[in-house]
Design a protein around this ligand. Sequence first.
Ligand code: THU
Length: 137
Amino acid sequence: MKLEPTAEQKALLVEAACQVRRWSYSPYSHYPVGAALLTTSGKVYDGVNVENASFPLANCAERTAIFKAVSQGEKDFLAIAVVTENAGSPCGACRQVMAEFGLDTLVIIADSAGKIRLETTVAELLPGAFTPADLPH
Ligand code: THU
């Protein structure tokens, strides 16, 4: 059975995602996003969106956090918090990247005041996800 993060862990994640938002590099959209990812080992990896003058090269906060974690050898995730001004929802690309590492991961969506607006799962955000299990080899 998958571990559930405690209320305290959820609050810490939201706080971490709120704090890291200040490092967002978003001079084009002016839409700073912060994410914080909790691993089963108890570590937190944060991330921000990083935009580029070549617009399509922007990397979302969620993927930044996930790639940081995976780069450190972590790929078992309990929860990810995403904070934007208006509690915006993770984009499709981020949902797919989250799905790679587990459909049960809790996704906590909060606004910049730190108010949790939605708690959901990757499975709910991406029904019928294409996952590693779909590949024959
Ligand atoms: N963005 C994220 O960081 N995460 C999402 O899931 C949605 C969009 C970023 C990308 C871009 O830098 C800005 O928000 C506006 O789209």
